[in-house]
Design a protein around this ligand. Structure first.
Ligand SMILES: Nc1nc2c(c(=O)[nH]1)N[C@H]1C(S)=C(S)[C@@H](COP(=O)(O)OP(=O)(O)OC[C@H]3O[C@@H](n4cnc5c(N)ncnc54)[C@H](O)[C@@H]3O)O[C@H]1N2
Ligand code: MOO
Length: 417
């Protein structure tokens, strides 16, 4: 059976980055930069004061406490360049340093000896030494013109917006959101929560779960439908999903060994290239991955809730990242909180709890790993990965840990039980 690593390599080979478009930063929130943004300006654009106080000329030597200076001018944030001669200038935080002055003493560190008729300081005495360059923010100290400001592959969030706004970026090159369709299969599934269940029926939980996960992964849901186990009905919905522009189709159920597990044959019937079916993992072994005739990627996720969740997290999300131009995800490494062992030589993706005790992080495998259970997903704040050949792990053994979604770190300290 195909290993996880080999299967992932197939997914990454097939998942091509989407086309690039230019957008205003405010319309690019959550999208991934396709090209680096180099700074066209110096930041700060001019030397300016970090404090409300007085600008002085130190010219390389400490100005000793007790020295007195006449106040010859005043600079406020927003004022144009000014040239100073001898003496001090009153200055406000963010105001441009007058030419010729190089250091600032905060107002709290001077004694005002005289004021003019309007109450403005006229003569000051230093209450403490002032070192050259004190409290001055130098031009280009933050970002120099021509330097890399935001690298390609960065998802645009608040911090990126801060930098882009500071640079005055009008547009950025980003990749559009990946469009995802979700098709849940199974005649037992009921979508309407108000409809009482008939015997043998269950609620569709994978649909809402995947819709939420797709959004949290930075992609967009373009269609979500539930179908029975009729291949013709399924193919009709698949056609609509593609017409809605889906780059990626996710289905749940009907990929295992049963008589009604029609997805592989239905896909073959429309000329899809089935790239793998079944991976050496638990849960989620019956996972199917295909490229459809028109180029869209297809993930046939197993129907059990945790199995579908793993298929999405560890295969589909890798594709979503690559399609949006992000680099592959790196796991956290953490010690296991308690021993854990398995009997099958498969790679396990386990619902886990990252805990903080005495300032140290550790990862605990939760009870209830059976793939039909939904409550452990709620109690988990992470996924713990145990490789194929690691059969028994001790407390303290290091494991790979992933957040609930590729853009989410484990939330520690939430009340989970
Ligand atoms: N003879 C074998 N039987 C099974 C095997 C096997 O290798 N040989 N594999 C098992 C494993 S592992 C898994 S995982 C499941 C995968 O089955 P399918 O993907 O074909 O999914 P279904 O049979 O349609 O459903 C499985 C299970 O999940 C429930 N389900 C389905 N969709 C939803 C949904 N949207 N919301 C909530 N629950 C859903 C469904 O009712 C079933 O209970 O196959 C094993 N069997
Ligand atoms: O691989 Mo299935 O996903 O265990 O329940």
């Amino acid at each position: 059976m195909l290993s996880y690593e080999d299967a992932l390599a197939v997914v990454l080979r097939e998942a091509r980055a989407l086309p690039v478009e230019r957008r205003a930063p405010e319309d690019a929130q959550g999208l991934v930069l396709a090209e680096p943004v180099d700074s066209g300006v110096d930041l700060p654009p001019f030397d300016n004061s970090a404090m409300d106080g007085f600008a002085l000329r130190a010219a390389g030597a400490v100005l000793a406490a007790g020295r007195e200076f006449e106040v010859r001018g005043s600079q406020v944030a927003g004022d144009d360049a000014a040239t100073a001669g001898e003496g001090a200038w009153e200055i406000m935080t963010g105001a441009r340093m007058p030419e010729g002055l190089d250091s600032v003493v905060p107002i709290e560190r001077v004694e005002i000896l005289e004021r003019d008729g309007e109450g403005r300081p006229r003569l000051i005495r230093l209450a403490a030494d002032v070192a050259p360059g004190d409290n001055v923010r130098l031009r280009a100290e933050d970002i120099a013109r021509g330097a890399l400001a935001v690298p390609a592959g960065r998802r645009i969030g608040a911090n990126e917006r801060m930098v882009l706004a500071s640079l005055g970026a009008t547009t950025v090159a980003v990749r559009r959101r990946v469009r995802v369709a979700i098709i849940n299969t199974g005649r037992e599934l009921v979508d309407d929560p108000a409809r009482p269940l008939a015997s043998g029926e269950i609620r569709n939980s994978n649909g809402p779960y995947l819709a939420a996960r797709v959004e949290a992964a930075g992609a967009e849901v373009v269609l979500r439908e539930t179908v029975t186990d009729e291949p013709a009905v399924f193919l009709g919905v698949l056609e609509r999903a593609l017409a809605a522009g889906a780059d990626v189709v996710l289905s749940t159920g009907a990929v295992s060994m049963g008589r009604h597990d029609f997805v592989p044959d239905a896909l073959r019937g429309i000329g899809a290239d089935i790239l793998f079916h079944k991976v050496q993992i638990r849960p989620g072994r019956p996972l199917l991955f295909a490229r459809l005739a028109g180029g869209a990627l297809y993930f046939g996720l197993p129907g059990n809730p945790a199995s579908g969740a793993v298929g999405f997290r560890f295969f589909a999300e890798a594709a979503l990242r690559a399609m949006s131009g992000m680099t592959p995800e790196q796991p956290l490494r953490m010690p296991l909180a308690a021993p854990w062992s398995k009997r099958a030589a498969l790679r396990f993706h386990l619902k886990g709890l990252v805990e903080l005790a005495d300032g140290r992080l550790s990862a605990r495998v939760l009870k209830g790993q059976e793939s039909f259970k939904v409550l452990p997903l709620l109690l988990a704040n992470a996924w713990i990965v145990v490789p194929v050949d690691a059969m028994a792990l001790d407390a303290g053994d290091m494991v790979d840990v992933y957040g609930p979604g590729h853009l989410e770190a484990p939330m520690i300290g939430e009340r989970l039980e």
